[in-house]
Design a protein around this ligand. Structure first.
Ligand SMILES: NC(=O)c1ccc[n+]([C@@H]2O[C@H](COP(=O)([O-])OP(=O)(O)OC[C@H]3O[C@@H](n4cnc5c(N)ncnc54)[C@H](OP(=O)(O)O)[C@@H]3O)[C@@H](O)[C@H]2O)c1
Length: 257
């Protein structure tokens, strides 16, 4: 299969290197060159995360490998070029031109093309749209990691997810329900977010407006035993703004404000 690749690509850049959303503009850069072991992906969709916003505002230090000019850490797309190095995925799958993938990058996804290590992409299942696949790496994988790998969540447990209407919070809430939590409690800061969470997962999530209610008291009203696991995607637990709840496990991932 032959794919013609232009010399330059459209990408979203930031005027003056950082600033408000108004500083974003559509610019042009050279197509990234490939290091051994990398593939070139034609981007079909990319995710927008809180981290990008903090980065755009100059509040999130860039890792040394990241693009200095193009933001964006998650994407989906099609492999259009391969490099000379070994092109195996983390589980030994060999990549080739035409493969549909999604992946996680240090930056550079707000663009038509991205150069990415063959180890940082996964095959896109055909049942997922480009947009759905692009939203998985940063939100759903982080939520999975927090819930299962760090939090050791087990079926039948009670979970509390702070910043429940954040991208990662929405994923964690749905994963906890899908994997058989007894009760899922979650905090949010506005009425709109509480309403949204009430409608998520068929009403199986108990949202609490932490600005108006004490979450410890609200949880105890529903289940005296409290929760087994707290996942904090905000900074509520450490700031102690609206209550404290005992849990065997606490994982913290936030620091939004
Ligand atoms: N691998 C990782 O470690 C990893 C991966 C993904 C995300 N994260 C972290 O998880 C957190 C959430 O990320 P996200 O992309 O899911 O965020 P998001 O969708 O933008 O949601 C952020 C939430 O934080 C709360 N918040 C508190 N202070 C805020 C402020 N000053 N401005 C805006 N929102 C504020 C808001 O909830 P309320 O209004 O309900 O308070 C909001 O819903 C971030 O701190 C992010 O860096 C970590």
């Amino acid at each position: 299969m032959s794919t013609s690749i232009p010399e330059k690509m459209k990408c979203i850049l930031i005027k003056d290197g950082k600033g408000p959303a108004e500083n974003l503009y559509m610019g042009e850069e050279k197509i990234p060159s490939l290091e051994p072991g990398q593939v070139l992906v034609k981007v079909r969709a990319f995710g927008l995360n809180r981290m990008d916003i903090m980065q755009r505002e100059g509040k999130y230090p860039l890792p040394p490998q990241a693009s200095k000019t193009i933001m964006g850490v998650e994407f989906s797309g099609e492999i259009v070029k391969t490099s000379a190095g070994e092109l195996k995925s983390y589980n030994g799958e060999e990549w080739k031109q035409g493969d549909e993938v999604f992946g996680l990058a240090y930056g550079g996804a707000y663009a038509e093309y991205i150069a990415i290590s063959s180890k940082m992409i996964i095959r896109k299942p055909s049942r997922l749209s480009w947009v759905e696949a692009a939203g998985i790496p940063e939100n759903w994988m982080t939520a999975f990691q927090a819930l299962f790998l760090e939090g050791g969540f087990k079926k039948g447990e009670n979970v509390l997810v702070h910043a429940g209407a954040s991208g990662v919070g929405v994923a964690a809430n749905q994963l906890a329900v899908a994997f058989g939590a007894d009760k899922v409690f979650t905090t949010a800061g506005t009425k709109d977010k509480v309403e949204f969470l009430n409608n998520l997962s068929g009403g199986k999530i108990h949202p609490i407006n932490y600005r108006e209610q004490n979450f410890e008291e609200e949880i105890k009203k529903i289940d005296e035993k409290g929760v087994d696991l707290v996942i904090d995607f905000g900074e509520l637990y450490t700031c102690d703004v609206a209550g404290r709840i005992h849990a065997d496990h606490l994982t913290g991932w936030g620091g939004t404000s």
